[in-house]
Design a protein around this ligand. Structure first.
Ligand SMILES: NC(=O)c1ccc[n+]([C@@H]2O[C@H](COP(=O)([O-])OP(=O)(O)OC[C@H]3O[C@@H](n4cnc5c(N)ncnc54)[C@H](O)[C@@H]3O)[C@@H](O)[C@H]2O)c1
Ligand SMILES: [Zn+2]
Length: 381
């Protein structure tokens, strides 16, 4: 056994991003331990077959002190991917898994003086309130979150905070003020701040990677609350139209999971970005409507997406990640959207029958105000 091999703990390593990080690290000669509780919402069929046979697998919860203490022993770098995600109805669970789980993990490392050399935390573009924008009069502006009353009135545009004119979306750099406008986003802000602050206190290097919308093989086909590409695929494969919120004109920076894994490896092996929040994405924007079209075409299904006059308070309208910071350590997105979607669809075809879970979940989301109706559906025409 080579004693100099780096040792990684990948929390959430059974999931989409964590499992690809684990594979890449093993390919690069690392020793990898995975800690994952196999959240039933995500892993309906139990432990997934894709977990690398060379990875040590611990089934356990990040909330459990003893489990975390043993998972963190003899580790050099932590890739903290375990989280509760998306637009799920729970509130307390987000705080427990994401905020509490992260705070406790950091305390364990500090209080037991574990010789961890770096902690990389999975943050999110969701920490921004709205993407950066350009006003024709005021130039680069930082728009406010769109008010719920504005969305209810059917106006989905992002207005200049100075003059109210409509703006155009521009790449969002890390310095853009944010805050966390959904429960999930709030806990992502918590995780990122906790890790970066703790890094300053302890002197242990940290990086918070703000992933854009990530997709690719292994993205759960069971979770109706997160992963627009997975949800649109399962709807279309069941002969149902993808449901778009607002008018489908929201834009997202969609990033293939292998590119996100590449960013993690670079952040682990370079010290240039230590102590910083860092965007990771494709640097390209795609509207939700165009995305639905691309997926339908690739599936060979002639079903158009529908906008039913709904919106989600706190949703970002337009987001393109400014990826100049991560590029300084050699990152380059390699997989273009069309190719990435083709690879995801290839994978779906190996997964047996695909069920639509979205329809069952959506009534609950409406009842809890997570999805709301606009007052003037004619605004969609
Ligand atoms: N997928 C995206 O678009 C995206 C975007 C931005 C940030 N992120 C972040 O990246 C990370 C990974 O996301 P993903 O897309 O791979 O999601 P995922 O759901 O595929 O993976 C998360 C994994 O964490 C595990 N997990 C959940 N709660 C846990 C707990 N209490 N204890 C132990 N394990 C637990 C789940 O079983 C799952 O395997 C998350 O922190 C997420 O917030 C994801
Ligand atoms: Zn203006």
């Amino acid at each position: 056994m080579n004693a100099t091999r780096k040792r990684a703990l990948v929390t959430g390593g059974a999931g989409l991003i964590g499992s690809h990080i684990a594979d890449l690290l093993i390919q690069q000669g690392w020793r990898v331990r995975i800690l994952d509780n196999l959240e039933p919402q995500t892993h309906k069929n139990g432990k997934p077959a894709w977990i690398h046979p060379e990875a040590e697998f611990i089934q356990g919860n990040v909330q459990d002190y003893g489990t975390m203490l043993s998972a963190l022993s003899d580790i050099d770098v932590v890739f903290h991917e375990a989280a509760y995600g998306g637009y799920m109805p729970e509130m307390a669970k987000y705080v427990l898994v994401n905020s509490f789980g992260t705070a406790q993990m950091l305390e364990i490392i500090r209080d037991h003086k574990l010789p961890i050399q770096k902690v990389i935390v999975a943050s999110s573009q969701a920490v921004y309130s709205e993407g950066a924008a350009q006003c024709e009069v005021h130039g680069h502006v930082v728009p406010f979150l769109r008010r719920t009353e504005q969305l209810r009135g059917g106006d989905f545009q992002v207005h200049c905070p100075v003059c109210g004119r409509m703006t155009t979306s521009i790449p969002t750099p890390e310095g853009t003020p944010g805050g966390g406008e959904t429960v999930y986003a709030l806990t992502k802000v918590d995780q990122e701040r906790l890790v970066l602050l703790w890094g300053k206190q302890t002197g242990i290097p940290t990086v918070a990677l703000r992933y854009s919308c990530t997709y690719g093989p292994r993205q759960s086909l069971f979770n109706p609350y997160t992963g627009v590409i997975a949800i649109f695929c399962t709807r279309l494969l069941n002969g149902l139209p993808p449901i778009m919120y607002e008018d489908g004109g929201q834009t997202r920076d969609l990033c293939f999971v292998e590119d996100i894994a590449q960013a993690n490896l670079l952040a682990a092996t370079s010290d240039k970005l230590d102590g910083l929040p860092v965007n990771v994405g494709s640097g390209r924007a795609t509207s939700v409507r165009d995305l639905a079209g691309i997926i339908a075409e690739q599936l060979g299904v002639a079903i158009d997406p529908v906008a039913r006059g709904e919106f989600r308070p706190g949703e970002i309208r337009s987001l393109i990640s400014d990826i100049s910071r991560i590029r300084t350590i050699g990152y380059e997105p390699r997989v273009r959207l069309e190719e990435g979607i083709a690879r995801y669809i290839e994978w779906i075809k190996t997964q047996g029958a695909v069920e639509d879970y979205f329809s069952k979940a959506e009534q609950g989301l409406r009842e809890k105000g997570i999805v709301q109706n606009i007052a003037r559906p004619s605004a969609l025409a």
